[in-house]
Design a binder for this molecule. Structure first.
Ligand code: ADP
Ligand code: MG
Length: 238
């Protein structure tokens, strides 16, 4: 079980406020999408949830526990980035098991975890390959596999599909939806792509200039955009 709560989160970078008081509740097993134009603060917000960036003020709670001073490794979450940054000299298996190795998990257990993730991601036949012998979609699956092996209660995705071509993006969206079903995890997914948000989200959070413009289901935002910005970004043509 994993719920997330953000209470009045603010982020300053050298005196400039880029996140201006964000409140949000994410339910257990919800698929929440942060959407908004480039520079609106999506990655900053996600990195604060991950513990990769400190908050200037406000509280981050996971399952009711205050996480502000808790390090990224102790938050029970895993992040998948746009640039998948696999280790080029390691096989797929070693890439996927690397964080477990760092955590001191023994070889046999690592193999178990990696095989399970590889089954879910259909990577079983590629475990001995190096990243350069993989397609873009396969590399992105390995990056997701690195997150899965850690059994996180919350997955954080920062534009994970934006380096892929259009057809592959559609396929990966379907795979991520299946993954969400199979893993029963809470997922927070950042994108600037409205279609991705509309097709994947249980709940969409529309951001602009460090402020939450509206939170709601895809249908609620489509039919009842609160303002012109939301309407222009994902609302129905009026
Ligand atoms: P998004 O992911 O929505 O494109 P970001 O969260 O990356 O937006 O950035 C939000 C704003 O914060 C931008 O104006 C960006 O320039 C600024 N910003 C992000 N990271 C830093 C940083 N480390 N130092 C200073 N400004 C930053
Ligand atoms: Mg970003």
């Amino acid at each position: 079980m994993a719920t997330l709560q953000l209470n009045d989160i603010v982020k300053d970078f050298a005196g400039t406020q880029v996140i201006k008081g964000v409140d949000l509740e994410v339910k257990d097993r919800e698929f929440v999408v942060f959407v908004g134009p480039s520079g609106c603060g999506k990655s900053t917000l996600l990195r604060m949830i991950a513990g990769l960036e400190s908050v200037s003020s406000g509280d981050i709670l996971i399952d009711g526990q205050r996480m502000n001073e808790v390090g990224p490794a102790e938050r029970g979450l895993a992040m998948v980035f746009q640039s998948y940054a696999l280790y080029p000299h390691m096989t797929v298996e070693d890439n996927m098991g690397f964080s477990l190795r760092l955590a001191g998990v023994d070889k046999e257990q690592r193999r178990q975890k990696v095989l399970e993730a590889a089954r879910i991601l259909q990577l079983e036949n590629l475990l001995e390959r190096k990243p350069k012998a993989l397609s873009g979609g396969q590399r992105q699956r390995v990056a997701i596999g690195r997150a899965i092996v850690r059994n996180p209660s919350i997955f954080l995705f920062d534009e994970p599909l934006s380096n892929l071509d259009a057809a592959l993006r559609v396929q990966m969206r379907i795979e991520l939806a299946r993954l969400h079903e199979e893993l029963d995890a809470t997922m927070i997914y950042v994108t600037h792509d409205q279609i991705e948000a509309m097709t994947m989200a249980d709940k969409i959070v529309v951001l602009q200039g460090g402020i939450v413009e509206q939170v709601g289901s895809p249908m609620a935002l489509y039919h009842h955009p609160r303002n012109r910005f939301v309407a222009g970004f994902i609302g129905s043509p009026k």
